[in-house]
Ligand binder design. Structure first.
Ligand code: FAD
Length: 412
């Protein structure tokens, strides 16, 4: 055992590890039912490196059910309704959300840190909610084969023990809880990695219809997302080539940007230091088992999504909503049978599998050929033909906006 003596034992009904989108939303849903919940987050605040800022129609509909969609829209935001990607054979729109039947036919872009602050502030309106920042969970507490809580190093640098009938691991793609529970995710390796960085908005600026512009060049792709004050930009390159790019230096990155999207020549001059870039090592994985007695995994801890379609946050929130729908009455009763935890996995695993298959298809048919081509990249004719068929053309948009099944909060 790593831990020293703890500062006594604390108790709650639900212990949630990790205040990302999954943990924050689940704790709000539990707290609003008057159930004691403690959310443990190892960072001191929510302000971290870029993690994606996309709030999809599905999440907006859920927030609307909670009366939170309107205040969220009052925050500074931008909107994406569909990307236009420039290929050598012309522009291509892989999905378009404007035709969807929803109050929110767009992806709302709000910085993730502000979104998490907004959700946890809302949760803090309920007296049964407790948030501990700088709480680094290091151990599971187990008794008679069941998880009955965690041990964490608190903001006071002392060890604490927190006991609960249910512990939820919402601690992200490198989940320590998943590892401590002995679960091993099955990984697939998408063919690309992404360097994310900001480019400034300039007076004589780009027109970005639909809020997202993509361009494909020789072995590289560029994604430009319209943010209120800047362009969030991703340079997509073949997996395994990071060291090579890094060795070429920042000037080579500027050249690659200009070659792929000449209209960004002036913007690219603002990149002068490698520290302005952050690497997303693209991963996709699925944990075969999301539960054991007393413990449930949700969000990235259970499944890491490829960035295709930007669905990671949406899927983490949907997991939280399904978990709340199934588990609230058990949490009220103070006993959560493992069969109910298995039900959460049963309802969420297949949508994850469906969307991961779609992502793999797009990666293999569209992205990998474009990244391995040394000539001008083209869209396969079959992709263009499929998206012209009226009953098929909205399928990608619906999958990205909602997944294969719409998730809503259960009526009380
Ligand atoms: C560079 C990058 C860009 C991305 N872009 C997008 C995008 O555009 N759209 C999109 O939908 N998704 C995007 N994603 C993915 C998205 O961020 C995740 O899918 C989503 O955040 C998952 O939510 P989560 O709550 O499951 O986990 P996370 O958001 O990873 O949250 C986990 C939380 O747990 C905390 N934690 C970890 N270990 C411990 C511990 N031991 N004790 C206490 N706390 C702990 C972490 O500090 C963190 O706050 C991106 C990811 C990256 C890395």
């Amino acid at each position: 055992m790593e831990s020293a003596t703890t500062q006594g034992i604390e108790h709650t009904s639900c212990c949630i590890v990790g205040a990302g989108p999954a943990g924050a939303v689940l704790s709000l849903l539990v707290a609003r039912k008057g159930i004691p919940v403690t959310l443990l987050e190892m960072h001191k605040d929510f302000d971290r490196e870029f993690r994606g800022d996309t709030i999809h129609p599905s999440t907006l509909e859920i927030l609307d059910q909670l009366g939170l969609a309107t205040p969220l829209h009052e925050m500074r935001h931008s909107k994406i309704s569909g990307p236009t990607i420039q290929f050598a054979d012309g522009p291509f729109r892989p999905f378009d959300l404007t035709r969807l039947k929803t109050r929110f036919p767009y992806i709302l872009m709000v910085p993730q840190a502000q979104f998490l602050e907004f959700i946890t502030k809302e949760a803090a309106k309920y007296p049964s909610f407790r948030l501990v920042m700088r709480a680094n969970v290091r151990e599971l507490v187990e008794e008679n084969g069941a998880v009955c809580g965690v041990k964490y190093l608190g903001p006071d640098d002392a060890w604490h023990e927190l006991r609960a009938p249910l512990t939820v691991a919402a601690d992200g793609r490198f989940s320590r809880i998943r590892q401590l529970a002995g679960f091993e995710p099955v990984k697939t390796s998408p063919p690309m990695d992404v360097l994310w960085f900001r480019l400034p908005k300039l007076p004589e600026d780009l027109e970005v219809p639909g809020g997202l512009l993509g361009s494909v060049g020789r072995g590289l792709a560029l994604i430009v997302l319209d943010r209120a004050d800047y362009w969030q930009t991703g340079l997509v390159f073949p997996k395994g080539h990071y060291q090579e790019l890094h060795a070429q230096g920042i000037a080579a990155i500027r050249e690659a940007i200009v070659e792929t999207q000449p209209r960004l020549a002036k913007h690219a001059e603002s990149l002068t230091d490698w520290h302005q870039l952050s690497l997303l090592s693209v991963e996709s994985s699925l944990c075969p088992r999301w539960h054991k007695p007393g413990l449930l995994l949700i969000g990235d801890a259970a499944h890491v999504m490829s960035p295709v379609g930007g669905v990671g946050i949406n899927y983490a929130v949907q997991d939280a909503v399904v978990a709340a729908n199934i588990l609230i009455s058990q949490l009220k009763a103070g006993r959560v049978p493992e069969s109910e935890l298995a039900e959460v996995q049963r309802q969420r695993e297949w949508p994850v599998r469906v969307i991961q298959r779609m992502q793999t298809l797009m990666q293999n048919r569209l992205i990998a050929p474009a990244l391995s081509s040394q000539g001008p990249a083209r869209v396969p004719w079959s992709a263009r033909a499929l998206l012209r068929i009226p009953i098929l053309r909205d399928v990608p948009g619906r999958l990205i906006a909602f997944g294969p099944r719409r998730v809503h909060l259960a009526k009380p």
